[in-house]
Design a protein around this ligand. Structure first.
Ligand code: PZK
Length: 287
């Protein structure tokens, strides 16, 4: 696959190209990351599943965005080059805001570590007695800033968001992020999936309007857990990557060396999980 467009940005598992006319092409690959490494073995259809899921979520979230006078960046999921059909979207080029808008309804990962150290996530105080996987009394906004390549995003307090984007816009970002999370979690719950947390990225259109960008509510931007096995007190199984993590752990890989190739059965089981997430959430067959 070689696209004859200028590369604008490259992430671990996707790329952004300049499509001209103030449009970008976001291309999702079949690459998968685990334990901060990109694995050498692709998961067939992962790029198409995540792209189609994100497109579906943009449609579901349009009313939430509209109620804040905001919109999303999606222009077309079909007017894309044949070589990336199904796994690319054409979007409006925005001026991205320098804040990762994270919403958490459950305690997990870096949030748990921060809570265990301080009883809070930066400036968001939490009640005592929570453990990894606990449901929070109410969803919280825990923003971060994009770190340099190879680093993890750094959690920031709300006053830092205010200084980065202005106090009025910061308040809108917090309320809109929480409203989007609540609607997403409600839809996911109806499909038997816990949406533990997620990250949104917003930008500004040429006319100054607030626009939801990036990919939304995919397993790569969110933690999805099977509701049936939710049990706070230990790390929850990941809806999509658990077979990969379990196999990597059992493989003896040290999480520092280049990761090993995945066996065919782990690839197949993981592909099925991505497709299951798509089909359960959307209520439609993936193809
Ligand atoms: C934009 N990224 C993040 C990095 C990726 C994505 N609509 C937009 N306008 C301007 N810039 C961006 C977007 C979007 N979405 C987002 N980088 C640029 C990013 C690496 C790989 F796929």
């Amino acid at each position: 696959m070689t696209l004859d467009l200028p590369l604008v940005a490259r992430g671990k598992v996707r790329e952004v190209y300049d499509a001209g006319d103030d449009r970008l092409l976001l291309v999702a690959s079949d690459r998968i990351s685990a334990y901060d490494h990109v694995l050498p073995t692709p998961i067939p259809d992962k790029g198409r599943v995540l792209t189609q899921l994100s497109v579906w979520w943009f449609e579901q979230l349009t009313p939430v965005l509209a109620s804040s006078g905001a919109s999303h960046h999606l222009v077309s999921a079909t007017d894309v080059p044949d070589s990336v059909a199904g796994r690319a979207v054409l979007v409006r080029r925005l001026g991205m805001l320098p804040v990762e808008c994270v919403a958490r309804g459950y305690l997990s990962g870096s949030g748990t570590k921060e809570y265990e150290r301080t009883g809070a996530i930066v400036d968001v105080a939490l009640p005592p007695g929570l453990v990894e996987g606990s449901r929070l009394p109410e969803p919280v906004f825990t923003p971060s800033t994009k770190a340099a390549v190879g680093e993890h995003d750094e959690a920031i307090g709300f006053s830092r968001v205010e200084s980065l984007v202005g106090p009025d816009r910061a308040a809108v970002l917090r309320e809109l992020t929480l409203a989007l999370y609540r609607r997403g979690a409600e839809i996911a719950a109806g499909a038997g999936i816990v949406l533990a947390d997620t990250k949104f990225e917003f930008g500004l259109a040429a006319d100054g309007g607030l626009v939801l960008g990036d990919e939304v509510l995919t397993p790569d931007s969110s933690r999805f857990w099977p509701a049936s096995s939710w049990s706070p007190g230990a790390a929850q199984p990941s809806f999509d990557k658990q077979y990969v993590r379990d196999w990597l752990t059992v493989s003896g890989w040290d999480r520092v060396s280049p990761p090993p190739e995945l066996p065919d059965d782990v690839v197949a089981a993981t592909r099925r999980r991505y497709v299951a997430a798509y089909e359960q959430l959307t209520g439609t067959t993936f193809r």
